[in-house]
Write a protein that binds this ligand. Structure first.
Ligand code: AMP
Length: 146
């Protein structure tokens, strides 16, 4: 797209897709991958990414969303169930001005409990064991949601 910054294949989510760095994976299909956010804003905070490279929503091919959103819905349903959440917040940032820090399109899936405030975006790194446990909880809940 004219005027957009080119996609950088060295971004961290591209490296996760290439298997160059690890992640706490929850779900994968032909077009998408879901894994735990390492600095969760709430218990069970997950990310969903398309395998097709794009920097964010602004430069993505519209067909990307055809595959991305069903996975977002699936993970939202499973995370809500796994963490007995009252709601699920879906967030997606575009460019630095909007708060984007990793430049491969991704959607945040954040289980929300009544009265529990969200931690800051990009705050504290979560313990690896805890992330592995939470990933397992969502994977288990996925067996019971469509
Ligand atoms: P943003 O680009 O601001 O929408 O957010 C990027 C998100 O990616 C932040 O919530 C980070 O905590 C998260 N993050 C950064 N590096 C990793 C990683 N290696 N694995 C999982 N999540 C990550």
């Amino acid at each position: 797209m004219p005027g957009t910054i080119p996609y950088d294949p060295e971004n961290i989510f591209s490296k996760i897709l290439k298997g160059q760095i690890p992640c706490h994976a929850i779900y994968e299909d032909e077009h998408t991958l879901a894994f735990m956010d390492i600095m969760p804003q709430a218990e069970g905070h997950a990310l969903v990414i398309p395998k097709t490279p794009s920097r964010n929503l602004l430069d993505a091919d519209p067909t990307t969303f055809m595959w991305l959103m069903p996975t977002v819905q699936k993970i939202a349903r499973a995370a809500k169930k796994a963490f007995h959440a009252d709601g699920v917040k879906i967030v997606q940032y575009n460019e630095t001005a909007a708060g984007q820090t990793v430049f491969h399109l991704h959607v945040h899936v954040i289980p929300i409990k009544d009265g529990v405030p969200l931690k800051p975006h990009g705050g504290k790194m979560e313990d690896g064991g805890k992330l592995a446990h939470n990933a397992e909880m969502i994977r288990e809940a996925l067996k019971f949601v469509s």
